[in-house]
Ligand binder design. Structure first.
Ligand SMILES: Nc1ncnc2c1ncn2[C@@H]1O[C@H](COP(=O)(O)OP(=O)(O)OP(=O)(O)O)[C@@H](O)[C@H]1O
Ligand SMILES: [Mg+2]
Length: 156
């Protein structure tokens, strides 16, 4: 299909001035759908699980982002990396954390999302975490993340 990498970009162009933010949740692979998301977006938020194999996936993602910046969308930028499923009892979590800080200096969000059972339960009730249990550690962490993102945009 003609302009197949730009299908989402073209659709978003016609509606984006109606919204402050449009969040696009990407599929977990680097196929054409994800490429459409990366081309359609202006900024990326990369969630990374605090586990070893998550780092492996990250290098292919970074290669894809670099290819897109060179060939399809120069102005695509990484807003930040959010560490998720963090468990302070697991030493590996901190090893992964240290490695991420080296990979993305200045790009790791201060708000780290902990492993939290309320976050895992919420989808089975079909509600967002703020409706399911706004007082939970997981909800609070996501709220901090949202504020952090708003603050970054305010300061730009
Ligand atoms: N911080 C967390 N603590 C505990 N469980 C979590 C947390 N985050 C997500 N989960 C659970 O892990 C599972 C996968 O989460 P989620 O769907 O957000 O991951 P994903 O990477 O987007 O998956 P997919 O690749 O399928 O889109 C879900 O069952 C979710 O409830
Ligand atoms: Mg998902």
């Amino acid at each position: 299909m003609d302009r197949r990498e730009f299908r989402l970009f073209d659709l978003l162009a016609s509606i984006q001035n109606k919204y402050d933010y449009i969040l696009i949740d990407c599929p977990p692979s680097l196929g054409l759908l994800t490429i459409n998301c990366l081309v359609g977006a202006s900024e990326l938020i990369i969630p990374v699980q605090a586990e070893y194999y998550a780092l492996e996936g990250l290098s292919s993602l970074l290669e894809t982002i670099a290819l897109i910046q060179t060939n399809l969308k120069q102005e695509l930028s990484i807003l930040g990396v959010v560490i998720t499923m963090y468990d302070k009892r697991i030493a590996l979590s901190d090893v992964v954390l240290r490695e991420l800080y080296q990979y993305f200096p200045g790009k790791i969000f201060k708000s780290v999302i902990p492993r939290n059972v309320r976050l895992a339960e919420a989808p089975s009730y079909g509600v967002p975490i703020l409706n399911y249990d706004a007082g939970s550690k997981g909800a609070k962490a996501y709220e901090r993340l949202a504020r952090e993102i708003l603050d970054i945009h305010k300061s730009l």
